[in-house]
Design a protein around this ligand. Structure first.
Ligand SMILES: O=C(CO)[C@@H](O)[C@@H](O)COP(=O)(O)O
Length: 236
């Protein structure tokens, strides 16, 4: 195991910035009503090799079982992608292995979020994908929100289920069966946005189902909406 002070100064600086960002982004989970008590977690990849993402990267994540009002940049924990503690005074999140597995197998992913948000978790309990019946879903998810396999915590099972489900999907969210949503993004902020959006559309589609059968969107329209939102929407 390598201690943080053995890494290059630019890596240590990147870890310090990640601590600030991950600590601040954790506050978004209770703010958007996505977690209760200590549920949920956010992590950010820290790239070690100037050539780009690799197995040598680090991740910054919250300490396990600590209430959100106690989360500060200094409280964040730094681990390598084998789950070894690199810097921190408390045990890392119990989902660290899942986050690390995602970073090891999906090099384009820079941020991972896990919540137990009510509506998305209710869909996960039924192992039913959220059908793409909203333009907002086409924009953000590029199609249905998929379901991942049931997996017990404690080894690579959850991470493997996330990667197997999302590797060939446009969706940045997966509903892990009987558990809840995990989301990915280019950075932790993008993954938090996906966690907010998956809960919003899970709720809307649930309510729509109570009023009748939602109407599908043609795949060509889903593709067009996704391309516009991902490449044109917003400020460039
Ligand atoms: O869902 C799980 C584990 O998979 C919860 O325990 C998780 O939301 C919160 O755990 P941590 O406090 O991050 O260890």
């Amino acid at each position: 195991m390598t201690a943080l002070d053995e890494y290059a100064p630019e890596v240590r600086d990147a870890v310090a910035r990640a601590r600030e960002q991950v600590s601040r982004l954790h506050a978004e989970l209770p703010r958007w009503g996505l977690v209760v008590w200590t549920a949920g977690n956010v992590s950010q990849r820290v790239v070690v090799d100037p050539a780009g993402p690799s197995e040598r990267d680090l991740l910054v994540i919250k300490p396990s079982g600590v209430t959100y009002d106690e989360l500060t940049p200094e409280a964040m924990v730094v681990c390598d992608l084998e789950g070894n503690l690199v810097e921190g005074t408390r045990a890392p999140s119990s989902d660290t292995a899942a986050h690390a597995y995602v970073y090891s197998h999906l090099p384009h992913v820079g941020g991972v979020v896990h919540t137990h948000s009510t509506y998305a978790t209710a869909w996960a309990a039924r192992a039913e994908p959220v059908p793409c019946v909203l333009t907002m879903m086409a924009d953000e998810f590029g199609g249905d929100i998929p379901v991942g396999p049931f997996a017990l915590i404690g080894d690579d099972s959850i991470g493997r289920g996330i990667v197997e489900t999302l590797r060939d999907s446009r969706s940045p969210a997966v509903l892990m069966r009987n558990h809840g949503p995990f989301t990915i993004g280019k950075d932790a902020k993008a993954a938090v946005k996906a966690a907010v959006m998956v809960e919003e559309v899970a709720r809307t589609v649930h309510i729509s189902r109570q009023l009748g059968e939602p109407l599908p969107i043609a795949q060509s329209d889903v593709d067009s909406l996704y391309a516009r939102y991902q490449n044109v929407y917003g400020q460039h």
